[in-house]
Design a protein around this ligand. Structure first.
Ligand code: KG4
Ligand code: ZN
Length: 354
């Protein structure tokens, strides 16, 4: 079964064709990073307008790269939430248009289910992760600890109570005057600094909680920078990055360890944009070794937003013929558990005010 995936939830316009949920045949992604960098973050209206410009050529190019036509496609998968509403609407409208024009069935996909499914794609000749596994999703918008069962169903163990891990990276990068997106830059600088230069707080919350909190850490970094600058002391950016990264990783690893012990997981999967972080990958591999279980990470290029993961996440549904209607909507907020149970928010009827 070949599924065309479309992802436009934030600032990447991406299309991919995936076979049987595991084999990526082709993927084309138009990144908007340069467009938003000068504003220091994603500007939603600018993002949705650029998706409109890019979507058709990205989809046409993926067919050329895969050497395929619509006759080779069995279903269309599209991210329908959560994300930036205007951006999501471009992808959902395009997917519905293609479905209507070609008669191919449609699957609306939850963005986080996509990040999890990225780990299920085969890469480098090897196979991807197969559920059941414990999954930590760490991205710019989410930090979620999920138990993923054999049917590709999710139990939410915990998540962030304030900032997402990637958001904390981007905010700290901004405090340090680093360009957007800050995560990869902080990662690079961290490898050249001393992780024990500053003792930043580790919010571990209650003993029995799998939740996270990163806003206190971000404030602590800010306070330290301001304090030093006010005293006329130099702030060594590499040391701040290394100490901040050490604090983030320690909390992510500790919570994942508790969840792995609690659920008896045999495999830990780390997914989402922050899963590209080298320090986090090393620390999670070390944790898996300590627990005598395995750790898996999607290939780096499939950690950040992409359409292959959306097509992969649609496959278990498509196999069962669980299609979305052509009235599929885009949702800025969408609970993962509601999505998998089919309890989607009602379509709001907008009555014109005559
Ligand atoms: O998954 P993603 O592409 O978008 C969302 O769904 O949010 O994740 C983007 C996030 C950004 O916050 C970015 O700074 C972070 O992932 N990120 C990283 C790294 N690469 C991307 N954070 C830390 N280290 C990295 N190497
Ligand atoms: Zn994402």
């Amino acid at each position: 079964m070949n599924i065309l995936g479309i992802e436009t939830s934030c600032d990447e316009t991406s299309a991919a064709i995936v076979q049987d949920g595991t084999h990526l045949l082709a993927q084309v992604t138009a990144s908007q990073i340069d467009l938003h960098a000068r504003f220091g973050g994603v500007v939603p209206e600018v993002a949705s307008r650029q998706h409109v410009v890019d979507i058709t050529r990205v989809v046409e190019q993926v067919f050329l790269d895969a050497n395929m036509t619509w006759s080779n496609i069995d279903a269309i998968a599209v991210t329908c939430g959560p994300g930036l509403l205007g951006s999501l609407l471009v992808g959902v409208s395009a997917a519905k248009g293609y479905a209507l024009a070609t008669g191919k069935p449609l699957v609306g996909v939850h963005h986080i289910a996509g990040h999890v499914a990225a780990a299920m794609l085969a890469s480098d000749g090897g196979t991807g992760a197969t559920p059941p596994f414990l999954c930590l999703v760490v991205s710019g918008g989410h930090t979620e600890l999920l138990s993923v069962d054999a049917e590709f169903r999710f139990t939410r163990l915990g998540g962030t109570r304030d900032d997402a891990a990637g958001e904390a990276y981007d905010k700290v990068a901004r405090l340090l005057g680093l360009a957007y997106p800050g995560g990869p830059k902080v990662d690079d600088l961290a490898h050249r600094g001393r992780p024990d230069a500053f003792l930043f707080p580790r919010a571990l919350l209650e003993d029995d909680s799998f939740d996270f909190s990163f806003s206190g850490l971000k404030s602590a970094v800010n306070n330290e920078i301001v304090k030093r600058r006010n005293r006329g002391q130099a702030v060594l950016v590499e040391d701040v990055c290394a100490s901040f990264q050490a604090a983030v990783i320690e909390v992510l690893v500790e919570k994942t360890k508790r969840a792995a012990v609690h659920t008896g997981a045999r495999t830990i999967v780390v997914a989402g944009g922050v899963a590209a972080n080298r320090g986090l990958r090393e620390a999670m591999s070390q944790l898996a070794k300590e627990l005598s279980i395995s750790a898996m990470f999607p290939p780096i290029e499939l950690c950040t937003d992409n359409a292959a993961m959306i097509a992969a996440a649609a496959y278990p549904r498509a196999k069962q013929g669980r299609w979305s209607p052509l009235s599929l909507n885009a949702y800025a907020q969408l609970s993962l558990v509601d999505w998998q149970d089919g309890n989607w928010p009602d379509v709001v009827q907008i009555v014109p005010n005559l």
